[in-house]
Design a protein around this ligand. Structure first.
Ligand code: ANZ
Ligand code: ZN
Length: 951
């Protein structure tokens, strides 16, 4: 063969790999193991997608490298085959989902094999195989046994089109994730899994795993852990002996709670004894609120609505003052206690609400600004001052007075101290007259917010804590009085526009005040120091939390946003939930010996009109004797959600044919946890989260050896269609990998997908660019033919080529570990260029190149390996190791300049530090004579190129 023919080569090696079982994990548990995992696909009718190829190829590279490093590698593949598309297709065509699934799997498998992915096919699993779902059902029964599976009436998200209940995660912006129809709320008996019991562990244990930071963050947000307090407020109506409990994360703001807000769903509103004067108005508001989704209600910046409950007040347990009670839909019924104490000074939503309905705003936390140029010193006396800071506005123009103080180089507002007994507003006016000379004032008022400045006053040698009141002053006219020369020197004045002020003010606290003024006040949501809070005054907000909770008899609690997992679907194509309902015995688990409960054949796949599973219509299947009392009983007809099978599939791969248990103890002990799991970002709060929960539960039952299933998790970016849109069937812009494999070869497709861009970023497909990787492989093949014909004596063993080879080993190895596949490929391309230029590549050097290429383009690598005269498979060869001494021996020549003129050249090694090189350069005679007697102002160093002394 004189030309690279991927079609031939690829088929040849795929057959060989299959025949020799090249990638089967061995059951020899004495070797070090490596478990590499990718998400198994749902075999849809569309076939494999180039997006699958990206993730699978990446882990294939890792798996192949690990084998070469001597690990016993498990890199398995299977089918996550329960799910809606097959069922919807069955509804349309009458073809059983089991049949379409089987056909689709065949297509997928052929496609995956054609890509040269090194999966261990002896461990293939299929979640719809009764031998597999027998264990999914068995595992469900373990949850049931430990009270973690229960049936409850739940308000579920209901898709009227798919006629299916959706988990919260399957609702995107109020619509069904699958079909886009607006989701409705329905109440229905559902099976639930108590994932909330594991909320804390799922949160904390993220610290023990190596996941990408954004994956951890998404999971943390999903769990939504908040530490706070529950505080009770009594009502002021004596006839009604009750109280309302709020959940707050900021108990230290209790003195600033100026009203209470109940969610429209709050149970108190349904209590007939709770007398409200305006019940009708309240009920009408509740009805409107019930039609909105939580997302709409909670959205930031949304216009606030609400109704005050008339005829009743609550008593703030800290201030003992009566405060109004409102209902408003920004408080959600299913979070916390469904009631909040509103602290408008420190919570944005409360602030907006209070502004709109004219409720009182009371500041109880002061933000603290620490002067960074003169920070407080340890061991200096602390003194307390009270001061004012003023925003001064022009009498007729929309301009503000800027105070430039040359002495401190401050561009700021005006400030001054309050004298004993003086009113702050009076103090502000006095200071302005003195400092600016302007005399006539139209308006003086507070800017709603106080703060604390902390700094060191050097002339007094003391630390100051200044309580600052912020005040707005508008002048009446331009009349001025002569200022003293000191005042003129201290305060240079200029009138600036809003935008100029914002750009010019150089003190952060002053800028904060100015911006607060522009916004007409804002909530201060940050930490700070308590004020207006009696015994809490002066405490930092964090330290005050506990004390405040105790003060008002509250209790410390932890809350989670996470909800229990709705685990049943009223559909057909899923694992039947293995329980039997008996009138006498209640819910009875199907005995282990009767598992699996297999899916019966049905005539129609549509859910029944009242939303039950189509299984409910098959009397012969539904009616069974109770396993416990033998009286007539009925099977559960709900099936599991499509997330069930994937919640434990990684365990089954370790021992896929075990008929005694879901996986043998020995195999689990050896193989788990998964060492590296790569998959889609879209599964972070779904599959990845659910499977961590299952694994943790099984760990607690002693059924698996580790608490966390995956030691490391990474995600790849999406592949977008040309033009940057998402690929979708409806847009007709989906790229089928088969066409690419046919035209260019699988190795080209693999290299292309790895080369496209950074692995964790979205990349845009470009069929035009595939030719680049193809040419790279063509040239590699050609060079291979030349190298074979090289006579041994003409081979080049020069240091520089050897050094390039070892540098490439180092770089490619590191890049693979960091998933920088694109730069790994380009490094190989650079080495190929160099090989082609020298024309004298040794077989040895070329072999190393082929080994490095082999995880990326495995077929071509095998072929070249064979042409080089080797007999075994390259996949069995050890991974090359970089010889550091060869890399470091590389010496570069740099020019030494003085004021930009070249004065000498110098040989340096890459490991030499800049300081070492500088020292040597200045002592070189040709350079030293130009530096003699001059002072060096600056040294400019460009690594590997030049060093320039500026004198
Ligand atoms: C008083 C307060 C003062 C609050 C303050 C915040 C700032 P996270 O952190 O997300 O858990 N809240 C409590 N229950 C709520 C509900 N059912 N619907 C809407 N909001 C609710 O949020 C906890 C905070 O959100 C709580 O702390 C409460 O407002 C509000 F300066 O209480 B806070
Ligand atoms: Zn019974």
């Amino acid at each position: 063969m004189n030309q690279y023919e991927p079609a031939e080569i690829e088929k040849k090696w795929q057959d060989k790999w299959q025949k020799t079982k090249a990638f089967e994990a061995s059951v020899d548990f004495s070797k070090p193991k490596y478990y590499a995992l990718v998400e198994f696909p749902y075999p849809s009718g569309d076939g494999l997608h180039v997006g699958h190829v990206r993730g699978y190829t990446a882990m294939d590279i890792i798996a192949r490298k690990r084998r070469a490093e001597g690990f016993n590698v498990l890199y398995p593949m299977g089918w996550d085959a329960f799910g809606l598309p097959a069922e919807n297709y069955a509804i349309k065509t009458g073809t059983a989902p089991s049949i379409t699934t089987k056909e689709n799997i065949e297509v997928y498998k052929k496609q995956i094999i054609s890509l040269g992915l090194s999966f261990d096919w002896s461990r293939e699993i299929n979640t719809t195989d009764p031998e597999y779902y027998k264990w999914t059902q068995w595992l469900f029964l373990q949850f049931l046994k430990h009270d973690l599976a229960y049936k409850a009436k739940a308000v579920i998200n209901w898709c009227p089109k798919d006629r299916i209940g959706l988990a919260n995660e399957e609702v995107v912006a109020g619509c069904c994730e699958r079909c886009g129809t607006a989701v409705e709320k329905r109440e229905k008996e559902q099976w639930m899994l108590a994932i909330t019991k594991y909320a804390d562990k799922l949160d904390k244990d993220l610290d023990t795993v190596d996941y990408l930071p954004q994956i951890k963050l998404q999971q943390k947000n999903w769990i939504g852990k908040s530490e706070g307090a529950e505080i009770s407020f009594q009502f002021s109506v004596l006839s009604f002996q009750s109280e309302v409990t709020v959940f707050t994360t900021r108990p230290e703001t209790i003195f600033g709670a100026t009203y209470i807000v109940l969610a429209p769903e709050h149970p108190l509103l349904n209590n007939p004894e709770f007398i409200i004067e305006n019940r009708e108005e309240v009920e009408s508001y509740v009805r409107t609120a019930s039609q909105k989704t939580d997302l709409e209600r909670g959205a930031e910046g949304k216009e606030k609505t609400g109704v005050e409950l008339k005829g009743v007040k609550a008593i703030n347990p800290a201030t003992k003052q009566e405060i109004p009670i409102w209902i408003a839909d920004y408080v959600l019924g299913n979070y916390g206690t469904g009631a909040v104490m509103a602290v408008p000074a420190h919570d944005e939503r409360d602030f907006e609400f209070a502004k709109k309905f004219n409720l009182s705003i009371k500041q109880v936390i002061a933000p603290v600004f620490v002067d960074t140029t003169n920070p407080p010193k340890q061991n200096s006396e602390d003194t307390i001052r009270h001061g004012v800071i003023m925003v001064v506005k022009h009498w007729s123009e929309n301009k503000y007075l800027l105070n430039y103080s040359p002495k401190f180089n401050w561009k700021c507002l005006f400030t001054g101290g309050i004298e004993d007994g003086e009113d702050p507003l009076t103090a502000a006016e006095r200071e302005i007259r003195e400092e600016t000379g302007y005399q006539n004032i139209k308006e003086t008022r507070y800017i709603e917010l106080e703060h604390i400045d902390k700094f060191h006053a050097p002339h007094k040698g003391e630390n100051r804590t200044a309580y600052q009141k912020n005040i707005f002053i508008q002048l009446k006219d331009g009349e001025t009085k002569e200022r003293t020369p000191e005042e003129i020197e201290l305060h240079q004045l200029s009138w600036l526009t809003e935008a100029e002020m914002k750009k010019t003010i150089s003190l952060p606290n002053h800028l904060y005040i100015y911006e607060t003024y522009l916004k007409n006040g804002q909530a201060m949501t940050e930490e700070g120091v308590c004020m207006n809070s009696k015994s809490l005054d002066g405490l930092g907000s964090t330290e005050a939390k506990k004390q405040a909770t105790v003060l008002v008899g509250g209790k410390t609690v932890t809350r989670f946003k996470l909800r229990d997992w709705v685990f049943s679907r009223q559909r057909y194509w899923g694992e039947p939930i293995p329980v039997i309902h008996c009138e006498m015995c209640g819910i009875v688990p199907v005995p282990e010996k009767d598992l699996p409960v297999t899916l019966p054949i049905v005539e129609r796949y549509l859910p029944t009109d009242n939303g039950e599973s189509p299984l409910a219509e098959i009397d012969s299947w539904v009616n069974v004797p109770c396993p416990s009392c033998n009286e007539p009983a009925k099977r559960e007809t709900d099936v599991m959600p499509n997330w069930a099978g994937s919640s434990w599939y990684f365990l089954r791969y370790t021992d896929p044919n075990n008929s005694e248990s879901f996986a043998g103890t020995e195999a689990l002990k050896y193989w788990t946890p998964v060492d590296w799991y790569n998959g889609g970002m879209e599964h972070t709060t779904l599959h990845l989260f659910y499977s961590r929960f299952w694994n943790k539960f099984l760990y607690d039952q002693g059924l698996v050896p580790t608490s966390e299933p995956y030691a490391k998790r990474t995600s790849h970016g999406l592949i977008l269609a040309e033009g940057g849109e998402k690929m979708s069937k409806s847009k007709g812009n989906v790229i089928n990998p088969d066409g690419i494999v046919k035209l260019y070869g699988a190795d080209t497709l693999r290299i292309y997908e790895m080369f496209m861009g950074p692995f964790d970023q979205p990349v845009t497909w470009s069929t035009e660019s595939i030719i680049g990787p193809r040419r790279f492989l063509d040239r590699t093949y050609r060079l291979g033919q030349e190298v074979i014909n090289n006579k041994p004596e003409v081979t080049n063993n020069s240091n520089s080529l050897d050094s390039s080879v070892h540098k490439t080993i180092q770089k490619v190895s590191e890049d693979i570990e960091a998933m920088r596949f694109n730069t790994a490929v380009s490094t190989l391309m650079v080495l190929l260029n160099e090989f082609e230029k020298t024309k004298e590549v040794s077989k040895n050097q070329f072999s190393v190149f082929v080994k490095l290429l082999s995880p990326f383009a495995p077929h071509l690598a095998e072929e070249l390996w064979e042409t080089l005269g080797n007999t075994g498979s390259i996949s069995k060869e050890p991974w090359p190791i970089a010889d550091k001494t060869k890399i470091q021996s590389e010496i570069s020549t740099i020019t030494i300049q003085v004021n930009g003129k070249m004065r000498a050249v110098m040989q340096v090694s890459p490991e030499h530090e800049e300081s070492v090189i500088t020292e040597r350069a200045r002592n070189t005679p040709e350079v030293a004579k130009w530096l003699d007697g001059k002072s060096i102002k600056r040294v400019i160093f460009v690594k590997g190129k030049m060093l320039n002394f500026v004198v």
